[in-house]
Write a protein of this length. Structure first.
Ligand code: GCB
Length: 611
């Protein structure tokens, strides 16, 4: 082999440099509402544990040394019979995208590293249109190339990102290549240690979106905080003609407002709603209105629910009325065909299970779930706690780690801010109290409030025991809107008999939300209620927990852990776990465990109480 000469900075068609590429406009609001081509389907892939397709043998990155030099992103095909090329996407196996790789090939079940994926598609780019390559999520680090040219990279496994590809699409066949790497690192978000499977790959939709030259980049259309009579928000245009008139209308309500965007393309929106006409969004009546946003150069439609959410003392007020959050936690994972939820069918199954338990609320743990899931929650009338993977022991003191967490939180809020179902932004789970952690989490709380003033801010805190009293002592509790915590009495400490000697003391004048409790039960394993892993043990633990929780005056909701069994590398017990976390109320074969019905009847009572 030859040494590769260190090349110059990679310039892209149209003269843009990588630095310019970094200044991409924010991800498109309402991606599914746009003209688009789905690039889902079968993608060819190459497993590359040594990153041979990314670095030359001197460990220099090919995309730094110039194009056409050996990187797999070149997607080269042998032309002459004496030509040496040691890879080929043609003839390589395929994966269904969206989809994690771990669950599609037994050899990849535990794979953590680099996989290259390629899709070919046809396009006929039009004059005067702009094009964006949009990824719903890639876990964890993605490098993206179009027709051999690097578009950029992205870190974070659960949030969307995009690259503008105007001027770079070929008329005819195009090749998009993604290098995805799900290697865990201490300084990532999440960090090395999680209780869930590290599913790698392109786990959500890939879209090629088309917009006019000047387009609606972003908007917010939601009720003003605590004001059921007024919509407040903004619209953001991007492009040469960004100062223009934009009309926002809700025909069904007879509402129409025209705003003029300023030189930055932005205009505030404030719309008075007609009295006594609005059907407010709620789990009982998940009414969505067609909202049309139309400028001179672009128009978009969205379906938006109108509701307010506030707290007053211990109460959570939805549209001014006190509610109880009858919830359940869930992962973005299908227990029946293990792997990430692949699409609407899988998602509907999960939310439907929650509804069968009489839930009006879900905690989408422990990272942003897909945009489709949130839209389904809007449609099905399920309130949502949305979270970022600031989980357990993050590197609290590193600015770049904070920047990553804050970016993921920002991307989540940007994406879902028009969804009525989302009522709580959670900034993390079970993060251990310390000075640096308090600063980090406190900043996240401030950040999320600057991004969205209308929703509640939560975090799953931890409890402490002193004698037989369980308390929450966490300075972060002062910065958030809820006294929200996980607790595992009867499972990680004490047992079904002893847990009854404990009681809660939660001294916050805020709604108390128990974000987790639970016990593992192997579906179909029956024994007495003192026998660990049995359905009876889990069921008894739920009954004991309800008794304890009922004594908390401010209790306004719970999301037991967890809706369905899910895979976890941390759960090796050969008989009871087999690398599954068994705290599901539904087993990996879809069978409801006893505690499912116990929780349902508790929720039936709560529903009556809060009628
Ligand atoms: C927790 C975590 C959750 C785990 C669960 C468990 O506290 O928040 O991610 O899966 O406990 O089963 O231990």
């Amino acid at each position: 082999q030859d040494d590769q000469a260190p090349g110059q900075a990679n310039t892209v068609k149209g003269g843009g440099t990588r630095a310019e590429l970094a200044k991409q406009p924010p991800t498109l609001q309402n991606i599914y509402g746009r003209q688009h081509l789905l690039l889902d389907g079968r993608w060819n892939y190459i497993t590359d544990p040594y990153e041979t397709g990314f670095y030359n043998y001197r460990r220099q990155a090919f995309d730094q040394t110039g194009n056409g030099t050996g990187g797999f992103f070149d997607d080269r095909k042998q032309k002459d019979k004496d030509e040496l090329i040691e890879y080929s996407f043609d003839g390589s196996p395929t994966l269904a995208i969206p989809g994690d790789w771990n669950s599609q090939n037994a050899k990849l079940e535990n794979y953590e590293g680099t996989l290259w994926m390629r899709q070919q598609f046809n396009s006929a780019p039009k004059e005067g249109k702009r094009y964006f390559l949009y990824f719903g999520a890639v876990n964890y680090e993605a490098h993206v190339y179009l027709n051999g040219k690097k578009l950029g990279s992205h870190k974070g496994g659960f949030t969307p990102f995009q690259f503008e590809v105007t001027g770079r699409l070929l008329n005819g066949q195009n090749s998009v290549v993604v290098k995805a790497d799900n290697t865990r690192h201490q300084d990532d978000i999440p960090t090395v240690n999680t209780d869930w499977w590290n599913y790698g790959g392109i786990t959500r939709d890939v879209l090629l979106a088309e917009t006019p030259d000047t387009y609606i980049a972003d908007y917010q259309v939601q009720l003003a905080k605590g004001d059921m009579g007024r919509i407040e928000g903004y619209v953001q245009m991007t492009g040469a003609q960004r100062a223009q008139d934009v009309t926002i209308s809700i025909a069904e309500l007879g509402v129409k407002t025209v705003v003029r965007t300023n030189a930055e393309g932005r205009a505030a929106i404030s719309i008075a709603l007609p009295k006594n006409k609005v059907r407010y969004w709620s789990p009982e009546d998940p009414k969505l209105y067609n909202v049309a946003i139309a400028g001179a150069t672009d128009k978009l439609n969205d379906r938006i629910g109108l509701r307010t959410i506030e707290t007053r003392g211990h109460d959570i007020l939805l549209n001014g009325k006190s509610i109880f959050l009858r919830g359940i936690s869930l992962h973005d994972e299908n227990p029946l065909i293990p792997g990430r939820l692949r699409g609407e069918g899988d998602m509907r199954m999960m939310l439907q299970w929650a509804k069968e338990m009489n839930c009006n609320y879900v905690r989408l743990a422990h990272y942003p779930h897909s945009e489709e899931m949130i839209k389904l929650a809007d449609e099905m009338g399920i309130l949502v706690w949305a979270e970022v993977p600031v989980y357990w022991t993050i590197s609290w003191e590193k600015p770049e780690v904070y920047a990553n967490a804050s970016q993921q939180l920002t991307d989540l809020v940007v994406r879902d801010k028009n969804r009525a179902s989302v009522i709580i932004w959670s900034i993390g789970n079970e993060t251990p109290v310390s000075g640096p952690r308090n600063v980090f989490m406190g900043k996240l709380a401030d950040t999320v409030r600057t991004l969205d003033k209308t929703r509640l801010v939560g975090a799953a805190l931890e409890v402490h025991r002193s004698g037989s009293v369980i308390t929450v002592e966490d300075p972060l509790a002062d910065k958030i809107d809820l006294a929200s915590f996980n607790q595992y009495a009867g499972w990680y400490w004490t047992n079904n008999r002893e847990m009854n000697n404990y009681s809660f003391k939660v001294d916050y004048n805020k709604p108390v939300i128990v974000t987790e409790f639970g016990a593992d039960a192997l579906g179909g394993f029956h024994a007495d209620s003192d026998t660990r892993w049995s359905e009876e043990y889990q069921d008894q633990l739920y009954k004991n927990t309800f008794k304890m929780l009922e004594a908390i005056p401010g209790l306004r909701g719970l999301t037991p852990w967890v809706l369905a069994d899910f895979r976890s590398p941390r759960r090796p017990h050969p008989v009871y776990q087999d690398y599954w976390n068994r705290k599901g109320l539904i087993s990996e074969t879809g069978k409801k465990k006893q505690a499912f019905y116990t929780l349902k009847s508790y929720y039936d009572q709560k529903q009556q109480q809060y009628k």
